[in-house]
Design a protein around this ligand. Structure first.
Ligand code: NAD
Length: 479
């Protein structure tokens, strides 16, 4: 069956092109998918435009749209094992992680099924008896939704659910590295019976289809999650047509630990925060900033945990972490480790590919800890997007906050302390879109997610995540 979904039917690429999808566990091509051309992307955009202008989905009562989202949530649970399986083959992450992703995505569809029903229009009292003034909301129109490879299903769903709830039409583009869970999601969206053209799917790299999805005048909004340099390019390419561009980019996320914590618990939070999914998490806590008096003890405990992470096939229940996503990405991670060594950071563990015959074929990399780092190092400032922790030490709360904010990114951060007031103070002082106190990583569909500064300009999840897909209009009526 072909893999591109345009105007309600599954199609092959205009030029018949395909791409092999690689399992990062063993570097084998386990499937081929159709790879769209710019002409396919244009057909998808025009189908979404026509579906929007026809008005069936935008005019569908919101309660009916909400029921469709609920039905998608049901189908996601029905197909949970199948989807988790392809997500693991595609990304290398463990089945446990993939199953959590499917559950989280289900919760996001359920949340927006509810949130869509919350009234957002309002009447304004302008102080004139003969005037009725209302602020109302409409769907934005045609949305290009572009996702990265680290959380393929999750990141596209954070866009699709609110965009559909708000009555938009759309073209989805997953990463060329990890397309399969999005193909499955689109099959579910087909199954719930959306009008033709409301949801379209193109596969392929940004170089083939990106320009069409971001520059085409028939597109009203681009929502992108991915790297900083691509985000900049997308903002530039949307500028000509002045379309709305929401970009969710990378992070260099501090995890600040004060001396008053339980060090065992803190070491767990640090290790999980940085090594989950082999560090390929935009909000990974890659920068440990620890109070000097407990630094050696905490770092030793984290190193111990790093050494014990069981790397392996994501399909094997005994594996705690899978490989990096691709050979090219492992090359990048190795480049960052080489840079850290050249800058004089002290390598305590990792910094190499693991031994063991079963790990040789795939793109594995050992959890890595660099101690005695300082803020001027690239390894401390750049998003390495791998299992690399850097350690800096502080003496005062002010210094901890300064270091925590000493990044051009602003996605997420953590503070660990038993002092409740200090936790609050530091959380408020950190310029990051999410701050965890005595934890690192959880999120819920009800609360907004997004970056400050170079981590992005939009919000996903929560009421604001729906608002991204709505236009606001003031209607002034002389009665
Ligand atoms: P990437 O920027 O290379 O690619 C992301 C997507 O953009 C892919 O689908 C890619 O094909 C597409 N793309 C590339 N060039 C394009 C162009 N010119 N026009 C349109 N589309 C184009 O990112 P990646 O390597 O897939 O993902 C890793 C990055 O994503 C990391 O920086 C990570 O921090 C970030 N990320 C951020 C969040 C967040 O919530 N802020 C979440 C997950 C990942």
């Amino acid at each position: 069956m072909p893999d591109l979904f345009i105007d309600g039917s599954w199609r092959s690429a205009a030029d018949g092109g395909t791409r092999g999808v690689i399992n990062p566990f063993d570097a084998t091509v386990f499937r081929h998918v159709d790879e769209a051309t710019a002409a396919d992307a244009e057909a998808a955009v025009l189908a979404a435009r026509w579906a929007f202008d026809q008005g069936t989905w935008p005019a569908t009562p919101v309660a009916e749209r909400a029921a469709v989202l609920d039905r998608v949530a049901d189908l996601l649970q029905r197909d949970k094992e199948e989807i988790a399986h392809v997500e693991t083959l595609d990304t290398g992450k463990t089945l446990v992680e993939s199953r959590i992703d499917v559950d989280d995505v289900t919760a996001v569809f359920r949340y927006y099924a509810q949130q869509a029903l919350v009234p957002v229009d309002r009447t304004v009292d302008v102080g004139q008896a003969n005037v009725r003034s209302r602020v109302v909301h409409h769907p934005v129109g045609v949305c290009s939704l572009i996702a990265p490879w680290n959380y393929p299903l999750l990141q596209i769903a954070w866009k699709v659910a609110p965009a559909l709830a708000a009555g938009n039409t759309m073209v989805l583009k997953p990463s060329e590295v990890t397309p399969l869970s999005t193909v499955h999601l689109v099959k579910l969206l087909e199954e719930v019976g959306l009008p033709h053209g409301v949801v379209n799917l193109v596969l392929g790299p940004g170089s083939a289809v990106g320009a069409t999805l971001t520059e085409h005048p028939a597109v009203d909004l681009v929502s992108f999650t991915g790297g900083l340099s691509t985000g900049r390019a997308i903002i530039r390419s949307t500028a000509e047509t002045v379309k709305r561009a929401c970009v969710e980019l990378g992070g260099k996320n501090p995890n600040i630990v004060f001396a008053d914590v339980d060090l065992d618990v803190a070491a767990d939070v640090v290790a999980t925060g940085v090594f989950l999914h082999a560090g390929q998490v935009c909000s990974a806590g890659t920068r440990l900033i620890v109070e000097e008096s407990v630094a050696d003890e905490l770092v030793a405990a984290v190193v111990e945990k790093a050494r014990r992470v069981r790397l392996g096939n994501g399909l094997d229940p005994a594996s705690e972490s899978g490989p990096l996503v691709s050979e090219q990405h492992r090359d990048k991670v190795e480049g960052w480790v080489a840079r850290g060594l050249a800058e004089g950071a002290e390598l305590l563990t990792g910094g190499r590919r693991p031994e063991g015959a079963d790990l040789q074929r795939g793109y594995f990399y050992e959890p890595t800890v660099f101690d005695h780092c300082d803020r001027t190092m690239d390894i401390v400032q750049a998003e390495t997007f791998g299992p690399i922790l850097t350690v800096e030490r502080f003496r005062t709360e002010e210094e901890a906050v300064l270091l925590g904010n000493d990044t051009s990114y602003g996605l997420a951060g953590g503070v660990q302390t038993r002092d409740v007031e200090r936790g609050e103070r530091v959380a408020n002082a950190l310029r990051h879109g999410t701050v965890w106190i005595n934890d690192f990583g959880p999120y819920v569909p009800q609360a907004e997610w997004g970056g400050q500064r170079m981590s992005g300009n939009g919000r996903e999840l929560g009421p604001a995540g729906l608002h991204e897909y709505l236009e606001t209009k003031h209607i002034w009526q002389n009665t």
